[in-house]
Design a binder for this molecule. Structure first.
Ligand SMILES: Nc1ncnc2c1ncn2[C@@H]1O[C@H](COP(=O)(O)OP(=O)(O)OP(=O)(O)O)[C@@H](O)[C@H]1O
Length: 356
């Protein structure tokens, strides 16, 4: 994977899946060759049922592998004792058990268990790390509450704080943004990215946040339905078509220029759009919603829309069948396009002659 550091995690010829009975296996993916290096944030992406949770559970030793080997910090996980494993790997799973009786501080403090021994006495250094984990995850406001008095999103942040308090070189999180609102999702992914850079941890997250994963992931592991795994720098996977192929579904297309999946399938008429920046981006979105195929320079266009910047905003100038109109907003542009589409061109020609 082009890194000169020693990998913190390595999977060799790893096959993942389930033993259905003594004779039958359900292989989900494999054989896989994987590496994670210190300082990397890796986003595991793939459609529903592709095997993301199965892979995460197998890499963490929570589920037996069908074949192969997983090595964490130089030791095979099949030989690692739970206490040693807990000093190398911390995890946040989606199905975290709600420990109702425990208050938030005590739950975060449990992250120090691998270091405090069975008496669990916290040193000043342990308390400092707990404090840092609480601060980093923005959970100070509810540290005295019981776990069953938290929302799903709050509880998810607390489970992350516990994993951070564990302070391991490898952190694995299964859908950590699942219950979070948009600002908290952005904040969490930014935090994970910074953590990887500042503390040199290797962090693996599975997520359905495709656009955000493309922004924060140093590497993407793309697991497609059927178990094919493609790994690489996100931008390479977008440009070479792997990203789109992993989510391949009829009528579902990824716009490489904007990094978004288009809800609207342009099947209508073509328009030329001339402009740049935010105004061009949002005009394109509005035109696509109206059913237009937006191009920059096609001879088949029924209309050309030029965006010009004014002192107090933008002006949209449309040229259609020789008629030239100015629109102060996207709403005005759309109404004019709708009106033109509702007027047969023969009638338009007559009206224009009458006006002349
Ligand atoms: N206990 C099990 N026994 C047998 N098959 C299972 C078991 N759990 C999951 N599977 C199957 O393994 C495949 C991968 O499931 P997995 O939960 O890993 O997918 P995923 O990518 O995490 O999906 P999602 O995005 O929906 O969470 C699916 O086909 C699923 O039906």
């Amino acid at each position: 994977m082009g890194s000169t550091t020693q990998p913190i995690l390595q999977a060799q010829d790893l096959s993942i899946g389930y033993k259905l009975n003594s004779k039958r296996l359900r292989k989900v993916a494999g054989p896989l060759q994987l590496e994670m290096h210190p300082g990397q944030l890796i986003c595991l992406l793939g459609p529903n049922g592709a095997g993301k949770s199965t892979l995460i559970r197998t890499l963490s030793g929570l589920q037996p592998m069908l074949e192969g080997r997983v090595v964490i910090a130089g030791e095979s996980i099949s030989r690692l004792k739970p206490a040693a494993m807990a000093r190398k790997l911390s995890m946040v799973l989606t199905d975290n058990v709600r420990s109702g009786n425990l208050d938030v501080y005590s739950l975060v403090a449990l992250g120090r268990y691998p270091y405090t021994g069975w008496l669990g006495t916290l040193s000043a250094a342990d308390k400092k790390i707990i404090h840092w984990a609480i601060e980093a995850t923005n959970t100070e406001a509810f540290i005295h509450r019981k776990m069953d008095q938290l929302s799903d999103g709050e509880s998810q942040k607390v489970m992350l704080a516990r994993a951070l308090a564990q302070d391991t070189p490898l952190v694995i999180l299964d859908e950590p943004t699942a219950h979070l609102d948009l600002p908290n999702r952005v904040q969490l992914l930014r935090l994970l990215h910074q953590l990887a850079k500042q503390t040199n941890k290797a962090i693996l997250i599975s997520t359905h946040e495709l656009d955000m994963a493309l922004q924060v992931g140093d590497q993407v592991w793309l697991l497609a339905q059927g178990g094919q795994l493609t790994t690489g720098v996100p931008e390479d996977l977008v440009l070479n078509g792997s990203f789109e192929a992993a989510f391949d579904k009829a009528g579902f297309n990824f716009d490489k220029e904007t990094g978004t999946f288009n809800i609207h399938q342009g099947a209508g008429q073509k328009v030329n759009l001339v402009g740049h920046g935010a105004a061009a981006f949002w005009t394109r979105r509005a035109l696509q919603r109206e059913g237009y195929i937006v191009a920059t320079d096609t001879a088949e266009a029924v209309c050309t829309i030029k965006i010009t910047e004014q002192n107090n905003g933008c002006l949209w100038v449309s040229t259609q069948e020789g008629s030239y109109q100015e629109h102060p907003t996207i709403a005005a542009l759309l109404s004019s396009l709708r009106a033109a589409a509702d007027t047969p061109s023969i009638h338009r020609e007559q009206t224009e002659k009458d006006k002349a």
